[in-house]
Design a protein around this ligand. Structure first.
Ligand code: 2DT
Length: 218
């Protein structure tokens, strides 16, 4: 991952509990960056459009049952597929090196936090994600599970339960590293948007100046 990084785009990941506002903040950031003339794309995991994505979606909506290990590996396969679509250089790497910033709604941290919340082994959960591209920035939208639950209720999916989200919140904390910026998701929408935009622009500049791409957890 160390070839020509000049003027590359940034890999910006959003993480947080359900109802923390990730999807709307990703959308706002995307429009803001586009408005400023940046080359930018919005990605989302799970990508429910692929065949593996459809299996994940059936599991999340309780239409199918899968063993915890199996669903863990399917979520990873969903990301690897996106990564490997071009034969030698991944789609992600190609886009970043072409100068496109990627805003990604959930990434490997979701996988480990959600699976370890089911009491799967921490290192086992990380293993299938090792070697994916490490984000330049992880924006963690911080909200307590109780406050998140008050926000118009959860959807009807498998993980949308307060007790489970409490466990996920605890496990997210174990994944925090130097690429993380914690943003208080309970501020006004405008304040969250402004803070996120400032942090992201700083990281885009660092990447344009040649910050090296690295691999996740290796
Ligand atoms: P959305 O509500 O954001 O569509 O997510 N999840 C997600 C995992 O358990 N592992 C993963 O790797 C990813 C990307 C979090 C649907 C649910 O999928 C969970 C919530």
């Amino acid at each position: 991952l160390s070839a020509n990084n000049e003027s590359r785009g940034a890999l910006v990941v959003f993480e947080g509990l359900d109802r923390s506002g990730k999807t709307s903040k990703c959308g706002r950031l995307f429009s803001n960056l586009e408005g400023l003339g940046h080359s930018v794309e919005l990605w989302r995991f799970p990508d429910r459009t692929t065949s593996v994505g459809q299996m994940i979606s059936a599991y999340l909506t309780n239409k199918s049952q899968l063993d915890d290990h199996t669903i863990h590996l399917l979520f990873s396969a969903n990301r690897w597929r996106r990564y490997q679509l071009f034969v030698c250089r991944s789609m992600m790497e190609t886009k970043l090196k072409a100068g496109t910033t990627l805003i990604v709604d959930r990434y490997s941290y979701s996988r480990v936090a959600f699976s370890t919340a089911k009491a799967l082994d921490f290192e086992w959960c990380k293993a299938p994600e090792i070697g994916l591209i490490a984000p330049d920035l992880v924006v963690y939208l911080d909200i307590t599970p109780e406050k998140a639950a008050e926000r118009g209720g959860y959807g009807g999916e498998r993980y949308d339960q307060l007790e489970f989200q409490r466990k996920v919140a605890q496990h997210y904390k174990l994944l925090k590293d130097s690429s993380w910026k914690i943003v208080d998701a309970c501020q006004s929408l405008d304040d969250v948007e402004k803070q996120v935009k400032e942090i992201v622009l700083q990281h885009i500049i660092a990447c344009q100046k040649g910050k090296i791409l690295s691999s996740l957890w290796s």
